[in-house]
Ligand binder design. Structure first.
Ligand code: AMP
Length: 585
């Protein structure tokens, strides 16, 4: 009876969403009013001269657009335990460390109950739409989730990654139960301090409950691929554990061992079953449905920098649907995936108009391009003129600006999105890329997406030999004259020099940006260099970030390693096996 009461009313959630999105403009006004009324007394807003006004026009006129850098000193004072209200009226008690894989270091952002509530609202909304199309029965979820230890800031605030703050919040578990998505692993595994040990135990728990598993998920799809790549290496050990009912000695943490001992009983039949299944598979194709016969779908963020992992995920998943999770950041949530039957490549996110106040900087109109006599492009005006949520235009690209319930006002998130359509009056956004991730030497501009497309194209040449690019990154090398693009590849096996030379040429040709092509033709940019790295190099990068306190749940491989990211560049450069220069131009 209790269980029934806890289950979410999916139709009501969808009904509420429909009502709210039909009136998005008004809801945005109300949301801004609530944020400003609540926090108007905070020092940051007091200095802006709003004098109690809460309308969007005054807000935009008084409050400047900011980046994280502009707010750093305020957030630091919050973290140091300042007594007066600085960014919000109520004291901030928790700090999120954003994954920081793009800047080379984690950054602090405020986290509070209101942010937790909006997180749950997004989770519930997309669950409602998902469950209508892919209903799950009472069972368990194999969730590859990990949580870093919460530390304390100088001022005594809890600090952890945003996912840690969410997973550790008492509301999280209740919400997962209500969504019939309870994690099959015990808390000791989720909150264990050693990622490798937690991953092994997640796999083991999944196998123990293999018939009950209804869905497999993680925050970002990368963790799911990593989990099954690991499974390929440790499956025999997992089977031994299940056969004997004794956990491998590689799990050394006493809390994890004792939690696992409660679940692990000798089960030779299950061990035989898994062994049979594994030995019958060809190249591990369809591993997921083989192991988990009742799995309904695979869930995690699969767009943006996660797209390169989709091929491998599909290989493991066979015909199990892949559904991308929602769109948000440590700074705040933005949109929910309300069309779960679309493949991840076409996923859009409908903005929830009551979880923050949103503005969008049009990328086209803000840049007046002027052709100079020599044909170079210069940027004369880059003054951003943001538009409101309901004013965006279909087909246009924008940079997202958030005003949140957690003390960020007109904050440039740095993400580029494209408006694909509207759901009622709220836009449906496609994630395009991080704005600052750009390969550029002179007039060329290539984004993360352009890099991804080039890598996909060139990877086709090694796919013919049944090999794949496990992971990749890039760097602009301006130590040579002229500077050139460097692409790092980790490959799943041996490839001949001849094919790799062709891959290198193909990468060079695949950057079709006019600035790049014209610069290459006149040698203003040098030949692209492909550097192949040892197997396991990207794992070293992951370990490096884990060492910095990042958690795997939020990890995104840095696709472009800038000068601020010395250490990662060093790992890449130290592990180069061979390199090739393009002869495409
Ligand atoms: P973090 O601050 O570590 O939580 O990372 C947030 C960033 O991850 C966002 O600003 C996006 O760049 C990226 N991200 C989050 N959700 C998605 C999504 N659904 N699709 C693509 N990228 C996403």
């Amino acid at each position: 009876m209790l269980e029934k009461m806890e289950i979410l009313d999916v139709e009501k959630l969808i009904g509420d969403f429909e009502v709210m999105t039909k009136d998005a403009e008004n809801v945005q006004r109300q949301t801004l009013k609530m944020i400003l009324e609540e926090n108007g007394c905070a020092e940051y807003l007091q200095n802006m001269g709003l004098n109690g006004r809460t309308d969007p026009e005054s807000f935009k006129a008084c409050v400047p657009l900011v980046t994280h850098k502009d707010l750093e000193s305020y957030i630091q004072r919050v973290a140091d335990g300042a007594f007066s209200p600085i960014l919000t009226r109520k004291p901030i008690t928790t700090i999120s460390l954003s994954s920081g894989t793009t800047q080379g270091k984690p950054k602090f952002v405020p986290f509070n109950d209101e942010l937790m509530e909006t997180t749950l609202q997004i989770y519930r909304t997309s669950f409602a739409f998902r469950n209508r199309e892919f209903p799950i029965e009472n069972g368990k979820a194999l969730q590859f989730i990990y949580s870093s230890k919460q530390s304390k800031t100088k001022g005594g605030l809890f600090a952890g990654t945003a996912t840690t703050n969410v997973f550790r919040n008492s509301q999280f578990k209740k919400a997962m139960t209500a969504m019939q998505s309870e994690c099959c692993s015990p808390d000791e595994v989720i909150f264990g301090p050693d990622f490798h040990q937690s991953l092994y135990c997640h796999l083991l728990c999944g196998l123990i409950f293999h018939e009950e598993i209804q869905l497999i998920s993680s925050t970002f799809a990368h963790s799911i691929v990593l989990a099954f790549r690991t499974f390929e290496k440790v499956w025999e050990e997992l089977c031994d554990d299940i056969r004997e009912g004794v956990l491998t000695s590689r799990i050394t943490l006493p809390s994890v061992r004792s939690a696992m001992a409660k679940l692990l009983k000798p089960n030779p039949e299950l061990a035989d079953l898994i062994e049979n299944k594994c030995s019958r598979l060809s190249h591990w194709y369809g591993l997921i449905p083989e192991l988990f016969p009742n799995v309904k779908y695979i869930y995690g963020i699969m767009t943006g920098s996660m797209e390169p992992y989709l091929k491998k995920l599909r290989h493991y998943a066979a015909d199990v649907p892949l559904i991308s999770a929602d769109y948000g950041s440590s700074e705040g949530w933005i949109g929910a995936n309300i069309n779960p039957s679309l493949p991840p490549e076409s996923t859009t996110y409908a903005v929830l108009p009551n979880i923050g106040y949103f503005e969008f900087i049009p990328l086209k109109e803000n840049v007046e391009e002027h052709m100079q006599e020599n044909g170079n492009v210069s940027f004369l005006s880059t003054v951003p003129k943001p538009v409101g949520l309901t004013e965006v235009k279909v087909g246009e690209e924008y940079e997202v600006i958030i005003t949140s319930f957690a003390g960020l006002y007109r904050y440039r998130l740095g993400d580029v999105v494209k408006v694909m359509g509207f759901h009622n009056s709220t836009p449906e956004l496609k994630f395009v890329c991080r704005r600052n991730l750009m390969l550029t030497i002179n007039i060329d501009k290539n984004t993360e997406k352009d890099l991804q497309l080039a890598v996909e194209e060139a990877a086709k040449l090694i796919a013919e030999e049944k090999l794949e690019v496990i992971d990749f990154s890039s760097n602009v090398d301006v130590s040579t004259d002229p500077g050139h693009y460097v692409i790092f590849w980790e490959i799943s096996g041996e490839v001949s020099d001849e094919v790799l030379k062709e891959c290198c040429n193909c990468l060079d040709r695949s950057f079709v940006d006019a600035g790049y092509v014209s610069s290459r033709k006149v040698n203003a940019i040098g030949p692209l260099e492909l550097r192949v790295v040892w197997k396991g190099t990207f794992h070293k990068i992951l370990d490096h970030y884990l060492g910095l306190g990042a958690v795997i749940s939020q990890f995104k491989t840095p696709r472009c390693v800038g000068p601020t990211n010395n250490k990662v560049l060093q790992i890449l450069c130290d592990n180069v096996v061979k390199n090739y220069f393009s002869t495409a131009f």
